[in-house]
Structure formats: C-alpha cells, structure tokens
Write a protein that binds this ligand. Structure first.
Ligand SMILES: [Zn+2]
Length: 306
C-alpha cells in the first residue's frame, strides 16, 4: 500500500462524526445516495437529522442502513479507524489490541473487525493469466504443543485431521486468491484452478500428487523434496512469500484462527495484498463501497463458531 497515513493525519481527516458520516456516504454511494431498500435515487434528507427518506418507498434510512454497519451503535469514527488499522497493518491486529486502541470491549472489537473483513471479500475480478503459481498450506494443529492425551494421531504433514488446508493461487506479480478447503484431493484442487485460471496459462506447482493430470495448462513443477526450489520460471516463490506473511500474522498476531472464521482472515490478507498499488484512503474507500448490501450479525458469527 502506498501513502499510509499517520494517526495524526487520520484524526485530522476524520475529526468527528459529521465528517465521518459524509465520508462514508461518498464512499458507499459515489454516484449519489440511493435508497438501500428500492435503489431509488430520488431521496431527500430529513432536516436536522442524520436520516434520509426515499421518495419512492417512503422508507427512512441512514448511512449505516443496508450495510455491515446496520444496527451498530459503535461511532463511525471507530469504524473508520478499525478499517484504517486493518488495511494498513500488514499482519493484521488482534481483537485484544484493537479493543485497547479503540477503548471498546474485546467482544465489540472482535465483532467490528469481522464485519469489516466481510467487506474485504470481493468478486473474483477476472481469470488469472500468464504465469500462475498454486500451492497449499495448513493452518492450526501443532501436536508438539499439545498435551500428550490430546495429541491427534497421524496428523503430521499434509493431514487435514486437525488442520485446515488452504489453497493459494497467485498470478505472478499480480493478484492472489486464497481459499480454505475441506480436502486437498485432485478433484477439489483442479476445480479451483479451473475456476480461477484462464486456459493456456502456465501453472507452477510443487510435486504434490493432487496436481497430477492438470489439463488445459502448461504445467511446470518444482521438486521441493529434491532440494530444487527455483528452476527458471518453474517456481512457487511468489505464493510462498504470501504464505510467509500470512503465517507471521497467524503466529504473531492472531495466534489462532478458528476454522469457522478462517476464510475471513484469509480474505483480510488477500485483500491487503491485492490492493497494494492503491493508497490507504483509496483502500478504505473500496471497503466502504463493498459494505453495500453486506450484512453480518453477531448471531451469524457466533453460530458459525459453535
Ligand atoms: Zn426506497
């Protein structure tokens, strides 16, 4: 990301609720405010209030309605500050740290951050072309840290018995798409590659057997077990450097990512990676544009955890 802003500039840019409201309004509705219920652009502002009224369906709404901010009582300035922190901290921020920074409870910080991550998820934005690297990693489950009677048997290496597999597909020098998966069979991996990578592209992988038989691509493989990491263009260095940042965030900041919420953390890291060419404020703008029509209730979040 370019042009990160300091906490001083942030407070100068977003000094109070009125400024934040106006900023979010422009980010959510860059072509003018429209009704979140019926998409009508004929709306008017109720005098002396932070509410709009739709001339079509007559319903009232605010800058929060019909987005992940709906029903939240957290001040808009804290929403914006969390977005700024999440988009500018390359390894993310824990809910404990965030709660201290914002002066809210950890529960509020946790819920707030997850709703912003919801707005990090984006459409796939076109198929990957050129040279594309594919690799998997495994999150969670470290037997060596477990008490003897809690150790999971036969869970070493690529086993998904106590770990979640995550597939990463990265256009070299370009975007990354990362997805947690239930298994790493050929069927699952090939399907994801076919959905993400344009036919005719060069696909680089390691020698894992699930990549065998990949059709419609020029498939180049790196033999990691034989100590060979870079063989001309046949390497997976680019996706591996993404994994290394992701793992530093996992180990150093989040400590654990529950399998139910793993996809949100994965979205957080990919979102930051894919928008590195934008400025901090442009990225925040994108997040609030993405909040349109997104909802995530506390119940949905906590039901997913149980
Ligand atoms: Zn309406």
């Amino acid at each position: 990301m370019k042009n990160n802003i300091s906490v001083f500039s942030f407070l100068k840019e977003f000094p109070n609720e009125d400024t934040c409201e106006k900023w979010i309004m422009n980010a959510r509705w860059p072509r003018g405010v429209f009704c979140p219920f019926c998409s009508n652009y004929r709306i008017y502002r109720l005098e002396n209030q932070k509410r709009f009224k739709c001339a079509g369906c007559r319903k009232q709404f605010t800058v929060r309605t019909g987005s992940v901010l709906a029903e939240s009582k957290v001040p808009l300035q804290k929403w914006l500050m969390t977005t700024w922190i999440l988009t500018s901290h390359t390894k993310g921020i824990s809910s404990v740290q965030l709660s201290k920074t914002l002066g809210v409870t950890q529960k509020t910080a946790w819920f707030l951050a997850h709703r912003i991550r919801e707005a990090f998820s984006e459409g796939n934005g076109g198929l990957f072309t050129g040279t594309v690297e594919v690799d998997e990693t495994y999150v969670g489950g470290k037997n060596k840290n477990r008490h003897k009677n809690k150790k999971v048997e036969n869970s070493q290496g690529r086993s998904t018995k106590d770990k979640t597999a995550v597939i990463g597909i990265k256009q070299r020098d370009g975007r990354v798409k990362v997805m947690p998966v239930n298994d790493t069979t050929s069927k699952t991996i090939h399907k994801l590659i076919n959905k993400t990578v344009a036919q005719g592209a060069i696909v680089c992988t390691d020698e894992y057997r699930s990549y065998n038989g990949l059709k419609n691509y020029t498939h180049l493989r790196v033999n990691h077990s034989g100590g060979q990491y870079v063989d001309g263009i046949a390497n997976t260095n680019s996706i591996e450097s993404f994994w290394s940042l992701f793992k530093r965030g996992f180990i150093g900041v989040y400590h654990q990512m529950s399998p139910a919420h793993l996809f949100r953390y994965v979205d957080e890291f990919s979102f930051r990676h894919n928008l590195t060419k934008l400025t901090c404020v442009e990225i925040m703008n994108r997040v609030f544009y993405n909040t349109n029509a997104k909802r995530l209730t506390y119940k949905q979040l906590t039901n997913a955890s149980s």
